[in-house]
Design a protein around this ligand. Sequence first.
Ligand code: EPZ
Length: 429
Amino acid sequence: MDRIAITGGARLNGEIPISGAKNSAIKLMAASLLTEEPLRLTNMPRLADTRFMGKLLQRLGAEVIESDGDDGPETLLTTREIVSAIAPYDLVRQMRASFNVLGPLLAREGHAKVSLPGGCTIGARPVDLHLQALEALGAQIDLNEGYVYAQAPRGLKGGRIDFPINSVGATEHAMLAAVLARGDTEITNAAREPEMVDLADCLNAMGAKVAGAGTSIIQIQGVARLHGATHAVMPDRIETGTYAVAAAMAGGEVRLTRTRCDFIQALLDKMAEAGVEVTPHNDGLTVKRNGARLKAVEVDTAPYPGFATDLQAQFMALMTLAEGESVIRETIFENRFMHAPELSRLGADITISGGEARVRGVASLNAAQVMATDLRASVSLVIAGLAAEGETVVNRVYHLDRGFERLEEKLSACGAQIRRIKGGGGEDE
Ligand code: EPZ
């Protein structure tokens, strides 16, 4: 299995173009099931997760064609007919977001059988809210032997969906199903992440009538059919935030382009509080830190527009070298501090108690072998490695490949000493 080796100490200077958003692209790909016409997605990230979603969609009947367009990578998805409305366990287990094909399959075919995804390293991650949303649209749901059997023989009908807590995936799932339902749907306490707006924009380009995405109330007028469209995937806000933190960790000056800083305002506010210089531009931002030690700050993760849980691990890496004690509270997932013991292997001083981490800044980190547990945890170890003395080796790099496009290339273009060690065997398991 591949590893990533980073020799710490090099400052970062240069430009990093941000790719299309993984977490949006996967749901936009699922939207292609809602029409027999082609959906052309531009600014597509080329990642293990998007490739994986392509394979699942092919199994359901989609034709998936990847190409390089004038404005970067594109994917053309055409599902003339659904050849199978079944998403099996071996596929859904590998990538939870594939569960989101349930709604589109049900909306188009009137039935679907999709495996329950099961838990994952960052938490139990149930799908009860997804199922409640589909039931509110008239679906009959049965659970049997780890599978969801969903039926709506006469089609879905509009309804009221009131979420008890914010859920990104369940809000997206409700939108994906309600666009083809008969009548009107209102989603209250909807997630407000920018990915909701991206999905609604794409669905509307396909002929749907979705209003209010990005606010807590989304209204959808169902339509009889959707058509093909072209849609540009939004910039990846988590990739943007990750490189912003990487630049702050290593020091230097990095311009992040093809992105938007309003998507990560909560992070930028905390970085500014810690002493990082951030300058917004039309097409992104510049992050600068010259020598001075950063100050420890407190962070609570929260649904958008709060501080993203997907940036918590990276920020914790940054705080390991800050002056003072930083308190980081994880409020979205119950087990999302798996990176902390690995950061401690590099010399960080972190104490975990429930959902709270206390990070006492140390003067320096020292390189070590570390193990990645999930996507964002892995990249936090790369960030720590940028500032650690010596060569840090991050094992289980496949997690990184799921969500960061050309990571080594983008960082080394700015001067980072980072390389991939190709490797067979399972020695890092
Ligand atoms: C999305 O996951 C993202 N994944 C996650 O990014 C991200 O961390 C998360 O949103 C929060 O922002 C994708 O978009 C593919 P949720 P999702 O439903 O939709 C609970 C990454 O690293 N909940 O908003 O699964 C849930 O357990 C990944 O890219 C229920 O209780 O997150 C959690 O505590 C990791 N019942 C909270 O809601 C449900 O039916 C928020 O989860 C659904 C969720």
